[in-house]
Design a protein. Structure first.
Length: 189
């Protein structure tokens, strides 16, 4: 990604005069997958070194806690010089999701829950998260997903929670603290 944009910058300057005014291209949204802290530390700096109108993280399948605070910063007002402008954060969007489909139970954000009472009716207290699917988020997964949401919200960065995951994409549903999070860059929730 970074090599292509460095090459294309040199090529566009040689081929078309005036295109520099439209750089980065308005339709270029770039992102990287960061499933754990090691991958975040490795991939995010490369993403930030690449020109794009929108830069996003796909934290999926989320495999552990992530601290993104050094890359998620609130917009900075720079109006002291009379320009009344904001410098927006280097990252614009955080997308989070769990692994779905067959695979290792350790990699999943969900676990089986027993939602049936002895009379085979649904135990509403047990189904707060799973809502009759038979799956609920693991306690540590709830902490990881909430932490990412809180980091994004504090920085004014759009947050999108896709799913808890499980054997099927709909196994663990999409609710986080009673709501869905479908924010996108430039779109208020």
């Amino acid at each position: 990604m970074r090599q292509f944009f460095a090459w294309s910058k040199d090529r566009r300057q040689a081929i078309v005069s005036g295109i520099e005014q439209h750089w980065p291209l308005p339709n270029v949204w770039l992102g990287v997958s960061v499933e754990n802290q090691r991958m975040a530390d490795e991939r995010i700096p490369v993403l930030l070194d690449t020109p794009a109108v929108v830069r996003f993280l796909s934290c999926e399948p989320l495999l552990g806690p992530l601290d993104l605070r050094k890359w998620l910063k609130p917009p900075v007002y720079s109006g002291d010089d009379g320009t009344n402008s904001y410098q927006w954060p280097p990252l614009n969007w955080v997308i989070v999701g769990g692994e779905s489909g067959p695979g290792s139970a350790e990699r999943k954000l969900v676990e089986r829950c027993v939602c049936l009472l002895p009379d085979r009716s649904w135990n509403k207290d047990e189904c707060t998260f799973c809502g009759r699917t038979g799956w609920r988020p693991k306690p540590q997964a709830i902490r990881w997903v909430r932490s990412l949401r809180d980091q994004a919200v504090a920085a004014g960065v759009a947050y999108h929670f896709k799913q808890w995951g499980g054997p099927k994409p709909t196994s663990g549903a999409r609710l986080l603290d009673g709501r869905t999070w479908d924010e996108m860059p430039g779109v208020a929730a």
